[in-house]
Design a protein around this ligand. Structure first.
Ligand SMILES: *[C@@H]1O[C@H](CO)[C@@H](O)[C@H](O)[C@H]1NC(C)=O
Length: 251
């Protein structure tokens, strides 16, 4: 019977995933791996493996009741598309120029040259630092985190184990006190990806890589990030930068 067959596959896959997740725990004695192992096991049951949804234009009607984000001044009031452009010739690691659809600068991202954790300063246009993105050096899943100017961790972006399209998760406590978990599916280097609010399943943003822009240099990335109203543009832009970095690390 087909039904019985497929449930065996699910059980075997789950057990294998659990054992894989336990591996670093067994070898290193690290306690950090336990939540990951449990998460993987739960994940194997809860989330169906589906292909990436086609990137469609975001519907204006996806309006979130409570704002999702950390930086109130940067919560989008209406649907916004930001263009993130990598600055290839900057000497200081990865730097980005971020503008609105009207070409108005909104954020600046400046990489630090000799930083082991790949520090990138995420700033307002006047140079005021909102946070610094850093890479966690020892992690089972590739992880980036953002530190505010006082050194508090305010959000993290972690790649997730997945079969098929790559997935990553951005987690934080929003300004309203709610824990938020944004799930991104897709490959930036190909079609781009979709970001949804994991709790409600509502779309939050789409990322599209722009290919062969006029004047674009080899290896220079440009992303168009469409964000629905009531969502933090700074957090979504930072998420996109972390995903770009994850992609670079894989190459
Ligand atoms: C920079 O701009 C932000 C937002 O417009 C403002 O809140 C902040 O005070 C400015 N900082 C400086 C140093 O001008």
């Amino acid at each position: 019977m087909a039904g019985a067959d497929s449930s065996w596959i699910v059980i075997v896959t789950s057990v294998l995933q659990f054992l894989i997740a336990l591996y670093p725990l067994i070898t290193s004695g690290s306690r950090i791996a336990v939540p990951h192992a449990l998460e993987l096991l739960l994940h194997a049951y809860s989330i169906p493996s589906s292909s990436i949804a086609d990137i469609t234009m975001l519907d204006q009607s996806h309006h979130h009741q409570a704002p999702i984000g950390i930086f109130k001044p940067y919560i989008a009031r209406q649907a916004q598309t930001l263009r993130l452009k990598e600055k290839v010739w900057s000497l200081s690691g990865d730097s980005f120029d971020i503008r609105t659809a009207e070409k108005r600068p909104i954020f600046k991202v400046k990489g630090e040259m000799f930083s082991l954790s790949g520090r990138k300063h995420f700033m307002e246009t006047n140079g005021t630092r909102l946070f610094t993105i850093r890479k966690q050096l020892i992690a089972w899943h590739e992880t980036f985190y953002a530190e505010d100017p006082s050194g508090n961790q305010i959000f993290e972006v972690r790649s997730k184990f997945s079969i098929g399209a790559p997935k990553s998760l951005c987690t934080f406590i929003s300004a309203t006190g709610q824990p938020v978990s944004l799930l991104m599916k897709g490959e930036l280097s190909k079609k781009g990806g979709n970001i949804v609010d994991e709790t409600t399943g509502q779309p939050v943003a789409t990322i599209k890589r722009q290919l062969f822009n006029k004047g674009e240099l080899f290896g220079q990335q440009t992303y168009d990030v469409s964000i629905v109203p009531n969502v933090d543009m700074a957090v979504i832009a930072a998420m996109c930068i972390c995903l770009d970095e994850m992609q670079n690390d894989k190459q």
